[in-house]
Design a protein around this ligand. Structure first.
Ligand SMILES: C[S@@+](CC[C@H](N)C(=O)[O-])C[C@H]1O[C@@H](n2cnc3c(N)ncnc32)[C@H](O)[C@@H]1O
Length: 345
């Protein structure tokens, strides 16, 4: 069974994807106590190091957890916020360095391959120096590194538009080229396929069977607005003047997704940590007068129904919004395997 180590594991999206493709995740690390509680509940056989990657002690604990076993893949999904277009401290956020710091784990464990996933912002000129630092360090450690590659989770079986920057480092050029050239895309999965079977809920109602399928309680004015927004992809541009939000009057283009509905036959928009809040994006149900529930968000991120989340509702929305969709990682597995094989030739 191929082996992996998952750094910045969060609630475990990457680990879930690898495990569902029969990889063994030997160790994982994160410093968020709620996310690690979720991780532990779902992946009890992985040694979880709850520590700050900036500390030498954390690197030592990860190495002890691996116990000298060979690691095929080290996954580094560093926090995206520093590289996001929404970040007001762009280029001056100390979290930018976490991705470089995490390479200390590669230095210790000497994995066959290192995989990075982040937001497309990482591939922009603003962060060229961070990518250069990553490349230089990996080069010193004897790896060949791919260019940053832009991919969309929607092309890998995830019912969500989620553009990401990925990179692979491996011991040989042949292994990297094998990974880059393998077509791993699959047909798109729609919002309809992902959530249409779930119980109908009104604002404030909860499913008796599924603790994650509970609708937020919206104010009556919010429900009234949603009633005026056309089903299946409608947006706030359809609101009559008396229901327009005061902050939006005369600004049809700014925050145009706010109060928007998802479309049944499309993929969902990118889920964020505010994914169950209609004031933070196109997060209204395609036809019901409410925001999507945590269950619908988890499905749109491709988590299986039996995945257990810890924490309160906003903790769970944050974990779902921050996660790497498990099905995207699972879709990459054939390319990881092929690259691993190529690196051993
Ligand atoms: C993009 S999320 C990871 C998502 C996760 N890989 C998944 O598959 O669901 C980034 C994670 O980095 C963690 N993190 C941020 N700073 C950290 C640090 N200094 N040390 C360890 N983990 C950190 C956060 O708690 C968060 O869970």
């Amino acid at each position: 069974m191929p082996t992996a180590v998952d750094i910045f594991c969060g609630s475990g999206g990457v680990t879930q994807g690898l495990r569902s493709a029969r990889w063994r995740v030997l160790a994982a690390c994160d410093n968020d106590p709620v996310a690690t509680a979720t991780y532990r509940a779902n992946h009890p056989r992985t040694k979880l190091v709850d520590g700050d990657i900036r500390l030498d002690d954390t690197i030592d604990r990860i190495a002890s957890a691996v116990r000298g076993r060979a690691v095929d893949l080290l996954v580094i999904c560093a926090p995206c916020q520093p590289f996001s277009s929404q970040n007001r401290h762009r280029g001056d956020d100390e979290r930018e360095q976490l991705i470089v710091r995490a390479l200390a784990v590669a230095e210790r464990l000497k994995p066959a391959m290192v995989f990075f996933e982040n937001v497309p912002g990482l591939a922009t000129p603003t962060y060229a120096s961070i990518v250069a630092q990553v490349r230089t360090k990996l080069d010193e450690l004897g790896y060949v590194v791919s260019d940053p590659l832009l991919r969309d989770a929607a092309d890998f079986g995830v019912p969500q538009r989620r553009r990401r920057c990925i990179m692979l480092a491996a011991r040989t050029r042949d292994a990297v080229d094998t990974f880059v050239s393998l077509d791993m895309t699959m047909p798109r999965k729609t919002v309809f396929r992902a959530i249409a079977d779930l119980e109908r809920l009104e604002s404030g109602q909860a499913s008796a069977e599924d603790a994650l399928h509970r609708a937020r309680t919206h104010q009556s004015i919010a429900v009234e607005r949603l009633r005026h927004i056309p089903a299946d992809g409608g947006s706030r541009s359809s609101l009559p003047a008396h229901l327009e939000l005061r902050c939006h009057v005369g600004k049809p283009r700014s925050f145009s997704d706010v109060y928007g509905r998802m479309a049944w036959q499309d993929v969902a928009p990118t889920l964020t940590t505010g994914c169950t809040d209609i004031t933070r994006g196109r997060f209204a149900h395609p036809e019901q007068h409410r925001a999507i529930t945590l269950r619908e968000a988890a499905r749109l991120q491709s988590f299986p129904n039996d995945y257990e989340f810890r924490g309160n509702d906003s903790d769970i929305a944050r974990q779902i919004g921050n996660a790497v969709p498990p099905e995207m990682i699972k879709a990459f597995v054939p390319a990881f395997r092929a690259a691993l094989k190529a690196s051993q030739r």
